[in-house]
Design a protein around this ligand. Structure first.
Ligand SMILES: Cc1ncc(COP(=O)(O)O)c(C=O)c1O
Length: 404
């Protein structure tokens, strides 16, 4: 039996209406045309290939559900997480806008020497807890510009080292990821650098949109890898600022329409900005329509072993998708994600061993927690007929297939 995994909090979102079409407000953020462009560019990268979609039949049987698929991002572009899709594409889009030329990922290295020189004079910057910084560093190295990455001082040294190895400069910030976001924005303003942030905030939304559009390539792959004619009924996806969850929600909604699965967003107990935002929206008087739509901050400590999810504030653009499209918001204790890492590694009931870290296992841990909670499982129709898709958003730190 899977052990009970400690206390959870959740909110069933009354706004997620199954019959609602993917409307123009959301299309303005993420859409199939922009997805196609992102796919063309990203799939032209050397080393690109779909990551595996693992069917974990042994675990599904133990859990009493019909099927369970785990999209394993541990081999993504040699960087070990789905963030590679967004960070590299975000750098590309930012640089293309900056130089105003025909920059194309398929032409690098090489391409037009004048463009190369223009790009070489630019600096991209971002805040990160590790994976996004690594992806931005790789994008900068590929395209030939400078990268400066702001990291909270308590970022694990191995994550810092992985960024440095790609040639980026690192600045540590006393404080949280959100402090690093503000510092990167300020330094960029003062020095004329280009911010390539995975999180959006008022006045800065364009690049984060492109980054989320990059993440949708992973969702396209998952749909193509499922057995023919079979769709998931549920998706459990972990969130920090919500960019990943929004990309997953939006793409499935736009492509599958009314056949889209129910989506559950999973956050750490101590970094629950999306759950807080959903609760705040619910308590807004109905007369205020559209209600106060700005998302809320987490009041938690942000201390969590799901370190990539330790964010105080949601991404504003991600939130606009999530508040309409997500069926439930769920928070889990660290222990749940940590135990999930351990039994994934063991491989239950003949399943292949899977290697990840607590942030990567959090979506699956959320599924396990939800199955133990009738108040959540019942209204979500999570039962023996369910076919569930989760995203193993990163691999283990020391097993990454580093090209560099
Ligand atoms: C491994 C991993 N999983 C999940 C996430 C969450 O993504 P988002 O912050 O877009 O919600 C991140 C973010 O950095 C991550 O690195």
């Amino acid at each position: 039996m899977i052990p009970g995994m400690g206390p959870i909090r959740y909110f069933l979102n009354p706004r997620a209406d199954p019959g609602q079409p993917y409307g123009p407000e959301l299309s303005a953020i993420l859409n199939a045309k922009a997805h196609e462009l992102a796919f063309q560019e990203i799939s032209s990268l050397e080393g690109y290939g779909p990551t595996p979609l693992l069917e974990l039949g042994g675990l599904a049987r133990r859990l009493g559900i019909r099927s369970l698929w785990y999209k394993d991002e541990s081999t993504r572009l040699g960087l070990g997480s789905f963030k590679a899709l967004g960070g590299i594409y975000g750098v590309f889009r930012a640089l293309r806008d900056a130089v105003g030329g025909d920059l194309a990922l398929r032409d690098v290295p090489g391409g037009d020497p004048a463009l190369r020189e223009a790009v070489a004079g630019l600096t991209v910057t971002c805040a990160s807890v590790g994976n996004h910084g690594r992806a931005v560093a790789r994008g900068a190295a590929l395209l030939g510009c400078r990268a400066v990455i702001f990291l909270p001082a308590r970022t694990p040294p191995e994550r810092m080292q992985a960024i440095r190895k790609l040639g980026a400069e690192i600045v540590t910030v006393d404080g949280t990821y959100d402090d690093a976001v503000r510092r990167a924005a300020r330094e960029a303003r003062e020095r004329g650098w280009t911010v390539v942030s995975d999180t959006a905030y008022p006045g800065y939304e364009e690049i984060p949109r492109h980054i989320m559009q990059g993440y949708t390539v992973m969702v396209r792959e998952a749909l193509a890898e499922l057995p023919v004619g079979v769709l998931p009924t549920h998706v459990f996806v972990q969130a920090g600022v919500g960019g990943l969850a929004a990309a997953v929600t939006a793409h499935l909604w736009e492509i599958l329409g009314p056949d889209r699965p129910r989506v559950v967003v999973v956050e750490p107990q101590e970094a629950d900005c999306l759950l807080e935002s959903a609760l705040a929206l619910e308590s807004t008087p109905a007369l205020e329509s559209p209600p106060a739509m700005e998302p809320s901050a987490s009041k938690g400590s942000l201390a969590t072993s799901m370190e990539c999810l330790a964010c105080r504030n949601p991404s504003t653009v991600a939130w606009r998708i999530l508040r309409e499209g997500v069926h439930a918001f769920l928070t889990i204790p660290d222990r749940a994600a940590e135990e999930t890492v351990v039994f994934l590694r063991r491989g239950l009931g003949g399943d292949p061993p899977v290697h990840t870290q607590p942030s990567g296992a959090a979506g699956l841990a959320g599924l396990l927690a939800a199955l133990h909670e009738p108040g959540l499982a019942r209204p979500l129709h999570l039962d023996a007929t369910s076919r569930v898709l989760v995203f193993g958003s990163e691999g283990p730190l020391f097993r990454r297939n580093d090209h560099e």
